[in-house]
Structures are given as structure tokens and as C-alpha cells.
Design a protein. Structure first.
Length: 265
């Protein structure tokens, strides 16, 4: 996998529209929101909400995030007319407000409760570690850690490994300064395929920044859509296009809005 050179936001918007009638699938952290040391402090980039709202008036839009839906709703306006796919697609809230989950929470919750308690005594929040509980997973963030990481991270992974065979089955994945345990079979690639099936007359494009977005890139590519990584520095990816910051993502969305408006003028 090689990383594409950065493209101007206008060129990315042009490529998306050239692929066909678009379906917008957007990551949140690192894509619509700048990465911050404290995950609780994440907020949309300037202009992001206005761009998404206007775009959603022209085409279907979904935010696809590792965050729970409830967490996303604390960071965006509740009336934003978009589909929210949280927990890497484990739960979905439609633009009409209907909410459903693909996981039986009654089965997974006891395991996650136990793991959360174990991790709480494994990591030290005072040293910058942060345990984030999700409906279908547990994530351990280390972006703020300013001391040794590996000894603690090894123990975190050991505790996660101990529960992966517990029904319905779990796996863990490393992202940007985060290690997360989640239900097996739940990833952003799956939700891309499910959302694309809801709008079969449209071509999806996906914009994301993290390792956990690679499944979505692969699914979107298989469906004939555009894939856009947000990365200031090159890194291995299957994405075909590259922007360098959430600011560029906003500019790309604004360009796409203008193109769509001219098409229907």
C-alpha cells in the first residue's frame, strides 16, 4: 500500500462527482474534527457543520465513527439531517431519528463491564491514560501519556486478549494512539456496504484518517467509489486520494456543494 500525494480540495470534489451520483460517508475524528489530545474535547472544524448540513440537503450523508452515536450527538447539532453510524457501524441512527443496533447488548455488556473494571486498575489516568467505554467495545487512549507506554500497553492487550473468545467473540485493533476491543465482525467496511445498499443508485465516497478506516476504503473501492485519506504525512493506505487536514475536508465539501448546486440550477 502506498500513500497518494496530496490533492487540492477542488480536485478531490471533482473526482468524487465524476464517479457518479454521490453518497457521502464521512469519518468524524481527524476528518471533520481535528485530532486533539483529549478525546472528550473533540469538536467539528470551523465550517464543517454548515458544509455537512448544506451537502445533506443535496445528497445522502452519513457520519461513520468509532464513537457511539450518543457521543456524536453531543458534538453535532441534533437536527443535522444525516445518518449516524457509531461504534464502527455497530449502531445506526437514521436521519429521521430511528435507532438500531447490530449487536445484542445484553450478551456483550457483562463482558465489557468486567473488562472496563480491569482496565481501570491497569492504567493510570494521572499519567495520561484514558479508558473509553462504548456500547459494543472498550478503547484505551494513550495520546496524552508522557511516560513509558509499552509495559502498560502490553498489559492492556493481555487483558483484552483474555476475553476475545467470549461470545459473541471480540477482537482488538490499534488506531492513532488508541487500542480498542470490539465485537468481531463489526467494522467500517461492513457499514459502508450496508449504507450503500440503502442507496443503490448512488456511488459512495468515504473520507477518513485512521487505520480503522482502511476497511471502509476497501469496501468503497469495491463499490466503485472514491476513497480519501486525511493525512498530513504519508502513510500506507488503500485510499486513492489524499487531503492533509480537516480544513481541506471542509473546503472539499464546500466545493462539492457548489458543483451539485450548479448541476441542478
Amino acid at each position: 500500500m502506498t500513500c497518494p500525494d496530496p490533492s487540492p480540495p477542488e480536485a478531490v470534489a471533482d473526482a468524487i462527482l465524476a464517479a457518479g451520483r454521490p453518497l457521502a460517508l464521512l469519518d468524524f475524528d481527524g476528518t471533520l474534527s481535528p485530532i486533539v489530545d483529549d478525546p472528550e474535547a473533540a469538536a467539528p472544524a470551523p465550517g464543517a457543520i454548515d458544509a455537512v448540513r448544506t451537502l445533506a440537503g443535496a445528497i445522502p450523508v452519513a457520519l461513520v465513527s468509532g464513537r457511539p452515536v450518543a457521543d456524536l450527538l453531543r458534538r453535532i447539532p441534533a437536527d443535522l439531517p444525516v445518518t449516524l453510524a457509531g461504534g464502527h457501524g455497530a449502531e445506526v441512527r437514521t436521519s429521521a431519528g430511528d435507532h438500531h443496533t447490530l449487536v445484542d447488548l445484553g450478551v456483550v455488556t457483562p463482558t465489557l463491564d468486567r473488562l472496563e473494571r480491569e482496565l481501570a486498575v491497569t492504567v493510570d489516568p494521572a499519567a495520561g491514560w484514558y479508558v473509553e467505554r462504548k456500547p459494543t467495545g472498550v478503547a484505551v487512549h494513550r495520546r496524552r501519556v508522557r511516560g513509558p507506554v509499552e509495559p502498560v500497553l502490553t498489559e492492556v492487550r493481555r487483558r483484552m486478549q483474555a476475553v476475545i473468545d467470549t461470545p459473541p467473540g471480540f477482537g482488538f485493533v490499534d488506531g492513532k494512539a488508541v487500542t480498542e476491543l470490539r465485537v468481531t465482525g463489526i467494522d467500517k467496511g461492513g457499514v459502508v456496504r450496508r449504507l450503500a445498499a440503502q442507496w443503490p443508485d448512488r456511488i459512495p465516497f468515504f473520507v477518513g484518517d485512521d487505520v480503522t478506516d482502511e476497511d471502509a476504503f476497501e469496501a468503497c473501492r469495491d463499490l466503485g467509489g472514491c476513497t480519501v485519506i486525511v493525512a498530513e504525512a504519508p502513510r500506507p493506505t488503500v485510499a486513492g486520494l489524499r487531503l492533509t487536514s480537516p480544513k481541506d475536508v471542509v473546503a472539499m465539501l464546500e466545493r462539492l456543494v457548489g458543483l451539485l448546486a450548479r448541476m441542478h440550477a
